[in-house]
Write a protein that binds this ligand. Structure first.
Ligand code: 5RP
Length: 223
């Protein structure tokens, strides 16, 4: 199976975690796009979605799924999202699609995080994928120096020759060369650096379940 077919497989498999009559938390990315397409087949059975990005909102609305502001909803039963990396404890690196801040917000208001990923995303330790960090632009150079002091090499993510601007009006730095041996401690520390909006390690909001697309079918991993 191609990676695209594996993504479609887990996007479809995630439907069984959607609670009829409720609002579902929806992540961002190419795997989630498959989930959104599948969700459209049961749109009459749900109230709608809280979305983690402008891109997912556009796709949800185009398929006739109502989108609620996160402030209108106290809590969600389930949040369904992809990952750039997931380890054997359910810790993740996310933000390849630059939506990490809103993803962490929706994950925090959800009782269960269901990660959908193809098997290329499963890792023994986080850090091979360049770590996305959303930063307030005036802090970028100092945050990059702090990562250099940890042994990382940070670059400002570009789009059309300019720093990419997130849905929140901020920039992203991508950091290579980090060894994230204690994801909870790492997330806790970097989250406190002045100017860091969100670090792309999801350890405090880790997955409870991962639906992993493999050549042998969907494997369900629980943490
Ligand atoms: C977006 C994310 C995505 O979940 C992550 O980048 C995985 O994306 P894809 O499903 O396209 O591989 O964190 O900010």
């Amino acid at each position: 199976m191609t990676q695209d077919e594996l993504k479609a497989l887990v996007g479809q498999a995630a439907l069984k975690y959607v609670v009829p009559g409720e609002i579902v938390g929806v992540g961002t990315g190419s795997t989630v796009n498959k989930f959104i397409d599948a969700l459209a087949t049961m749109k009459d059975q749900i109230k709608g979605a809280v979305s983690s990005s402008e891109a997912s909102t556009v796709r949800l609305k185009a398929l006739g799924i109502p989108v609620f502001d996160s402030n209108e909803v106290e809590s969600l039963s389930v949040y369904i999202d992809g990952a750039d990396e997931i380890d054997h404890q359910g810790h993740m690196v996310k933000g390849g699609g630059a939506a990490l801040t809103r993803e962490k917000i929706v994950a925090a208001q959800s009782k269960q995080f269901v990660c959908i990923a193809d098997e290329s995303k499963l890792v023994d330790a986080l850090g091979a994928f360049p770590l996305p960090v959303e930063v307030i632009p005036m802090a970028t150079a100092r945050v990059m120096r702090q990562f250099a002091a940890m042994g990382g090499q940070a670059v400002v993510r570009q789009k059309d020759g300019q720093p990419l601007v997130t849905d929140n009006g901020q920039h992203i730095v991508d950091v290579k060369g980090l060894k994230i041996t204690d994801p909870v401690a790492f997330e806790t520390e970097v989250s406190q650096w002045p100017g860091v909006v969100t670090v792309g390690v999801f350890a405090l909001q880790k997955a409870q379940v991962c639906l992993l697309g493999t050549a042998a079918g969907v494997k369900t991993l629980s943490y």
